[in-house]
Ligand binder design. Structure first.
Ligand code: 26Y
Length: 825
């Protein structure tokens, strides 16, 4: 019967239409004569979902049979964006499905546009996790992602009077076809309570934690299809649920509110994603989230391992766990607890297993982003884990002491415990000590962490043992093929096939067409149509009318002082006032620009929110000033997210990645822009440096001070009287004169440059920034030269595929092999 009925979901148009109609009438319980775009989306999504589930099942079966080593990617954020278009393209269903939908009376574009983003992340770290899952699936690696199923993802951003206002992200208000609820996969997670000591049957001292508060963790599985493979992997997201629905006795006593309190507290755990990016706020609920997620995930991983009946010593040969930043570092402690307390493995053997299993990726060097939890908080919430952390620390420091006797300062600096009042647990130290590999995310960043935050660990472990670099990557499937269909088609036509989507180095083949007239024409046409699409989007979302022939200058990313959107808008003011001083004839010669901003500020980040306000105040004045004759427009696009990025990135001529040198670990949007034939204007920071190496001096605009100069410059601002850069002073004066509205509003922002000692060194880089902008203008005037640069940019981006990154992780850190799915039929 399986043979006979099991193969219904074929990939042809007719089969798709059949499923579509079946889902309209059964799943949606609607009449086929009465459906709107949203229902069409749901029916299409469910038809695709059926096909995904089939592949997902085959993949899981294959991996179970092969019983080979798996990697588990633990990430508190997965910024997946939309799934339908991605699934259609990865499965190779787009054409048949598109035609099928069209014959049913719908336009695919409108159907795709109905989907809400899965926005379970803040920015770079969460999107990286999503790109990595795409590559793991595409390369046939046996991999799982583990995360949390937040009821509310990153907030929706709207603008009111130029200020950011936050709204809840109701992404689950309608049915979510991209998840499979596993109501039978439930793990009990405990909190609080106490620890009992006892002697076991072998006479060993053992510890047992009696948690008093139990919350249930329910699995929701999100299938991730690879491109051009049958492989479809899984992200398991946990959702919290009360162990008991009601306190019945209270309910019967009439205490209705108290009766549901427990339920509400349990549900709180996975209610909302913390909206802070690169900034630690020590909320107990966040620590609860972390443990809830880590405990459920490890239970699941250990359960799967135990099925194979292997001895514990084989665990690291079957399981690799990657920690996406320190957020899951309690997993190190939890595995040690499982092995020692529950499974009776000796401490040293257990620790060997633990450290061979875990590896840790660091994504930031900023001190304010380092996770530290107060010891009393951990002790109260997880008493046994706190003991284990103290023991891990003790054994670690004993070894350090042996290697470096009489060096108390070194011990204090390396300690997992910060000896302040109260004490704190340094999660990064825990992650380093508990992992066999630690990596940064770009060459510069990986070097810098060895000289700064992990300097003392290098002294202890030596330079080359534990620490290494894994430069980030992005998936070309979403960020070129899906987001930029016209350019993708041109590349495929030119190279003769789609192999470049699985081997991005093949883009090099485009170089021999750089002088081909027809190719160049189509290249420009693709860019222009993307600019027209963005022009329409800007009009729809902001009301601002821009000219699609102008130079599109884009900075989209989380708003943060270190990313220096402030410097960008100060540069815009400089440009505006320069334009105003010109005669009409002089202005006739300048390149028209549209300066586009997008990005969310953390709700509690006052200065970042003021930057948004300043951008909008400047936009208001500039866009309504007829005297400059359209030579400059400024737009802040609200609610920047993955789907909006897919519209903005392919339309960019130049994008800005202008962090203070040494502060941006990598950046990944820089890669996306260049892959789409956009040039970049950047500082010597993060992955900009490696992009520069790949694409060459002629195709990138770099400026500013270097990372090794930053300390001295900051020192000078603190202890000497550094004269303010005159161009910057002029811009400050313009703001203070009230040119952009009540200047008192912006005083705290201006103060960061003066009283705040300009920590991010805007004044030190400003002149160099303006000079680089001039070079951009000059280069853009040379239309043909610019096209050449644009083509060579894309052609040289092979290195930045997330496939390359994942292959490096697989070979150097995880030691896993691909396990392709072989179809039975
Ligand atoms: C501690 C907690 C509040 C926290 C939450 C989120 C800390 C950090 C983050 C997010 C960090 C993040 O997104 N980092 C970015 O990671 C990207 C992927 O590696 C890098 O490209 C980017 O430079 C870095 O800022």
């Amino acid at each position: 019967l399986w043979e006979k009925y099991g193969g219904d979901e074929t990939d042809d148009k007719e089969a798709f239409q059949k499923s579509f109609i079946r889902h309209v009438t059964t799943t949606l319980a609607r009449s086929i004569y009465n459906i709107d775009n949203f229902s069409a989306y749901q029916a299409t999504a469910h038809s695709v979902r059926d096909r995904l589930i089939k592949r997902w099942n085959e993949t899981q079966q294959t991996h179970t049979e092969a019983d080979s080593k798996r990697v588990y990617y633990l990430s508190l954020e997965f910024l997946l964006g939309r799934s339908l278009d991605n699934a259609l393209l990865n499965l190779g269903l787009k054409d048949n499905c598109g035609e099928g939908v069209k014959e049913l009376g719908f336009a695919m574009e409108d159907v795709l546009d109905q989907e809400v983003d899965a926005a379970l992340g803040n920015g770079g770290l969460g999107r990286l996790a999503a790109c990595y899952m795409d590559s793991l699936a595409t390369l046939d690696y046996p991999a799982w992602g583990y995360g949390l199923r937040y009821t509310y993802g990153i907030f929706q951003q709207r603008l009111k009077d130029g200020y950011q206002v936050e709204f809840p992200d109701y992404w689950l208000n309608f049915d979510n076809p991209w998840e499979l609820p596993r109501l039978d996969v439930v793990v009990d997670v405990k909190f609080y309570g106490s620890v009992n000591r006892y002697t076991d049957e072998k006479g060993r001292k053992r510890y047992a934690w009696e948690g008093i508060d139990t919350v249930q963790s329910v699995a929701y599985d999100v299938p991730i299809p690879g491109y051009g493979t049958k492989n479809c992997i899984n992200i398991r997201l946990w959702s919290s649920k009360p162990k008991r629905q009601f306190d019945l006795s209270r309910f019967n006593e009439g205490q209705y509110e108290q009766a549901v309190q427990e339920q509400m507290q349990a549900e709180n755990i996975t209610a909302v994603l913390y909206p802070n990016d690169n900034h630690m706020v020590g909320k107990e609920l966040r620590l609860k989230q972390q443990y809830f997620w880590v405990a459920a995930s490890l239970f699941d991983i250990v359960r799967r391992f135990k099925k194979s009946q292997r001895p514990w010593s084989h665990f690291p040969d079957q399981v690799a766990i990657q920690l996406n930043d320190t957020h899951p570092s309690l997993a190190i402690v939890e595995l040690q607890r499982i092995l020692v307390d529950l499974e009776g493995v000796d401490w040293d053997d257990a620790w060997e297993i633990v450290t061979r299993t875990f590896a840790f990726t660091n994504h930031t060097i900023l001190p304010e982003a380092m996770e530290r939890w107060p010891v009393p908080m951990v002790q109260y919430l997880l008493p046994r884990h706190m003991q284990i952390i103290f023991d891990i620390n003790l054994f670690f420091l004993q070894k350090v002491e042996k290697a470096f006797p009489d060096n108390r300062d070194l011990l204090a600096r390396l300690s997992i415990i910060e000896e302040s009042t109260p004490q704190f647990v340094r999660m990064a130290h825990l992650a380093v000590v508990g992992s066999h590999r630690v990596n940064g995310v770009a060459e510069l960043h990986s070097e810098l962490i060895k000289k700064t935050i992990f300097k003392d660990f290098i002294q202890y472990y030596g330079n080359d043992s534990k620490f290494e670099n894994k430069t980030n990557g992005i998936t070309p499937r979403r960020w070129l093929h899906q987001a930029n269909p016209k350019l993708s088609e041109l590349i495929t036509d030119t190279l003769g096939n789609k192999n470049w989507l699985k081997n991005l180095d093949l883009l090099k083949g485009l170089k021999s067409y750089v002088d081909n007239k027809d190719f160049r024409k189509r290249w420009v046409a693709a860019k222009h149509s993307n600019k027209v699409r963005l022009t329409e989007y800007i009009k729809k979302t902001t009301g601002i009318i821009v000219n699609s022939n102008a130079l599109f200058d884009v900075q989209v990313k989380r708003i943060h002082e270190y990313k220096r959107q402030f410097m960008n808008i100060l540069g815009v003011i400089h440009r505006y006032n320069t334009l105003k001083k010109m005669t009409s004839e002089e202005r006739a010669d300048v390149v028209h620009r549209v300066v586009i901003f997008g990005g969310k500020a953390a709700p509690g980040y006052y200065i970042a929110k003021l930057v948004i306000k300043l951008i909008n105040s400047v936009a208001e004045v500039v866009n309504n000033d007829n005297s400059i004759e359209d030579s400059l427009k400024v737009a802040f696009i609200p609610d920047y997210n993955v789907s909006v990025a897919e519209i903005i990135i392919p339309a960019s001529d130049i994008s800005q990645h202008i962090s203070t040198a040494g502060t941006e670990a990598s950046g990944t949007s820089n890669m996306k822009f260049v892959l789409n034939g956009g040039l970049i204007l950047g500082t010597v920071d993060g992955a900009n440096i490696e992009i520069h190496e790949e694409i060459g001096d002629d195709n990138i605009f770099m400026f500013g001070n270097l990372a090794h100069q930053v300390d001295d410059l900051r020192h000078a601002h603190r202890y000497r009287n550094v004269p303010m850069d005159p161009s910057l002073q002029a811009v400050i004066n313009d703001i203070e004169s009230g040119q952009f509205g009540d200047s008192r509003i912006f005083a705290p922002l201006i103060n960061t440059l003066t009283l705040g000692q300009d920590y991010y060194l805007i004044s030190d880089d400003f002149q160099s920034y303006l000079d680089a902008q001039k070079l951009v203008d000059e280069a853009y005037k040379d239309k043909e030269g610019w096209i050449t640069k644009s083509i060579l940019c894309s052609a040289n981006m092979g290195k930045f595929s997330s496939d390359r990154a994942i292959q490096e992780y697989a070979e150097r850190i995880w030691n896993i092999e691909p396990v392709p799915v072989v179809t039975k039929k």
